[in-house]
Design a protein around this ligand. Structure first.
Ligand code: PRP
Length: 210
């Protein structure tokens, strides 16, 4: 049996849709309640056991070999890094990392102390280091857009999908940092030990992601 760690939320539905297109029976997932483990049989392939987890934990499960494969956003991969193979860009869950702040404010004007609020301190740190710009990073866990509105930060680094959250809170993008989409990651040992079933899974998935 192959174990797949799937990120809850944003990319969950699209992932399940693709698995169904691959021929997996995803019935258990359609009425999941509070369950976190699911079996998805396939008429010709190994059964898939799906583990629903938070994005950071998907990486932890795959890195430790608790799960063979994982589906997770590139945002989490860029933030956490880790020792695993990133083998497919799944083409959905598209958004981007952006630096944003109050509309009309000139972020780079002057030499003052800049405070950036973000859920992604590593991505933010690398971005400003590459530009040789000093800033103080404040880690926020959600609704980062509040930080510049409430005066906690001069700007935020966050994911932007439709742009509605920025717009509805009077913010705008200052700079785009990196494109993001859902990725398929594979545990190092599983790729060797379960080469055939992992390869088979990747082939099936590749055919339905277009
Ligand atoms: C993400 C992100 C933005 C929003 C962007 O938050 O942090 O707040 O989505 O999407 P949009 O451009 O389509 O408006 P998420 O919904 O994951 O919730 P969180 O802020 O609680 O982490």
């Amino acid at each position: 049996m192959l174990k797949l760690a799937l990120t809850k939320g944003r990319i969950e539905e699209k992932s399940i849709e693709k698995l169904a297109l691959c021929g997996y029976n995803v019935e258990e997932l359609s009425d999941k309640g509070r369950k976190l483990l699911f079996l998805c049989p396939h008429p010709e392939a190994e059964t898939l056991q799906i583990v629903l987890a938070k994005a950071n934990d998907v990486i932890t499960y795959v890195e430790h070999g608790t799960c063979d494969i994982g589906i997770v956003g590139r945002d989490t991969i860029m933030e956490m890094g880790g020792d695993f193979y990133e083998l497919l860009d799944l083409g959905f869950g598209k958004c981007r990392f952006a630096l944003a702040g109050l509309k009309g404010k000139q972020f780079y004007k002057g030499f003052g102390h800049r405070i950036i609020a973000t859920k992604y301190p590593n991505v933010t740190n690398r971005y400003f280091e590459a530009q040789d710009t000093e800033c103080e990073i404040v880690k926020i866990d959600g609704s980062v857009e509040l930080a510049p509105v409430l005066g906690l930060a001069d700007a935020i680094v966050d994911i932007v999908e439709t742009g509605s959250t920025l717009k509805e809170n009077g913010l705008e993008i200052y700079e785009e940092i990196a494109p993001i989409s859902a990725r398929l990651i594979v545990n190092n040992a599983s790729l060797k030990m379960k080469n055939e079933s992992v390869g088979d899974f990747i082939d099936r998935l590749s055919q339905v992601i277009g």
